[in-house]
Design a protein around this ligand. Structure first.
Ligand code: NIG
Ligand code: FE
Length: 400
């Protein structure tokens, strides 16, 4: 098997926790051997390799990780976008039977081929922007068969990037159970979870107005955990429920949104080593307040950033846009934003072999051309939204 050396990278942000800060190496080289990083350092000191990829003038990063998407869905919510621009509120639309429920109706109508093809187009676009690992949720089926279909459509083997799958049967209560929500929670625990758990890595719930309350959420997360799934939740987004504290105490790997989190929730996350996943796209589209970033930072909670790609609250396909928004509207520094889409995002998925470039890590490298006339630095990437795409160097492509 051939070794590959990616050389002359103008500025490499290794994100290696063993180095200072963001682990910057200028005029860097990375050697990949059998899919794993075997050497990182200055190009002039790099060992010989069978193949060379030239990174002259480019900015290098570990392949990006998007830790929160709903990338499998059918249909459109364009009509609701117009309603929301005219003043309708997201939670009111959901409580009136639209929102997530309108995407559920369209997704149930779709077949496996359509769901997979839609997801493929979305994930291909993400990859073109340097994302090499993405989390994808179910949650627009809300019945056993369609939840399973969504998880199957998301499977890594159908896509150009690595996929971590999350079961979200508890996204909201479907129409047919609106008069008997207890029976829906039972169906999730007794039918959906046993069917879907072998096809998922995480269990998630949307605990909020119009969705599930804290006790229901804890019951569902506990049942998923008992089946071996890692725990995460859409927590404290539109209204405060107390789920962040309860889910952290269950050992949640990550908790997402957090606009309304309180001190007890933050303390529980810090104690449990739970990662905060901020979703500035949803914050922007729903005109929500920023999460309490200063308090999360003070408590030492690692912060990741996701697109939350979905057809309603965050039709944001680009992780770089989410990162830039996190600095503009959520209060992150540029260093935090870059960590948030690399090392901390991988940590939010319970993955410790990516999101950084150090010996033994996955050989996913994303090379970026700075915008014309800009220096090869993170400032150029974060300041300019919609700049040129990435040249992604993947171990799977270069070591075969
Ligand atoms: O993360 N908040 C709940 N779930 C998604 C929204 C999904 C939708 O609106 O379709 C979110 O924002
Ligand atoms: Fe979400």
């Amino acid at each position: 098997m051939a070794t590959t050396s990616v050389q002359n990278i103008r500025r490499l942000y290794t994100m290696d926790p063993g180095r200072d800060g963001l682990g910057i190496v200028d005029n860097a080289a990375v050697v990949i051997d059998r899919g794993r990083v075997s050497w990182v350092g200055p190009t002039e000191a790099a060992p010989a390799a069978d193949r060379v990829v030239d990174g002259t003038g480019l900015i290098g990063l570990p392949g990006l990780v998007d830790p929160h998407t709903h990338a499998v869905w059918a249909g459109s919510r364009a009509d609701e976008f117009a309603q929301r621009l005219a003043g309708a509120r997201y939670a009111d639309i959901l409580e009136a039977g639209g929102g997530i429920l309108s995407t559920v109706a369209a997704t149930r109508e779709a077949d496996a081929v359509q769901l997979r093809e839609h997801a493929r187009l979305r994930l291909d676009h993400m990859r073109s922007r340097g994302v090499t690992t993405v989390e994808v949720k179910s949650g627009y089926g809300l019945n056993p068969a369609t939840e399973l279909l969504m998880l199957e459509a998301a499977a890594t083997e159908h896509h150009s990037i690595a996929v971590v799958r999350t079961f979200l049967g508890a996204h909201t209560v479907p129409r047919e159970f609106r008069q008997n929500r207890t029976a829906y929670v039972e169906q999730i625990i007794e039918e959906q979870l046993p069917l879907c758990a072998p096809h998922a890595d995480f269990v998630d719930v949307y605990c909020d107005r119009g969705a599930f309350d804290r006790d229901e959420a804890v019951a569902i997360l506990s049942a998923g955990k008992a089946l071996g799934l890692k725990v995460r939740a859409h927590a404290e987004q539109v209204s405060y429920t107390g789920i962040a504290e309860a889910a952290a105490k269950l050992g949640a790997t990550a908790l997402d949104h957090l606009e309304k989190i309180d001190e007890a929730g933050i303390a529980a996350m810090a104690d449990a080593g739970t990662v905060a996943v901020l979703l500035p796209g949803a914050q922007l589209y729903l005109k929500d307040d920023a999460p309490p970033v200063e308090a999360l930072r003070e408590a030492g909670v690692p912060i990741a950033i996701g697109t939350d790609l979905n057809p309603g609250s965050s039709p944001v396909h680009d992780l770089w846009t989410a990162a830039t928004l996190s600095t503009l509207i959520s209060g992150l520094t540029m260093e935090e934003a870059l960590l948030g889409i690399t090392r901390h995002a991988a940590q939010a998925l319970g993955l410790h072999d990516r999101g950084h470039l150090a010996i033994g890590a996955k050989g996913d490298i994303a090379l970026f051309q700075p915008p014309p006339g800009e220096p090869a630095s993170m400032e150029s990437l974060l300041q300019h939204m919609g700049r040129p795409g990435a040249h992604v160097v993947l171990c799977s492509e270069v070591t075969d």
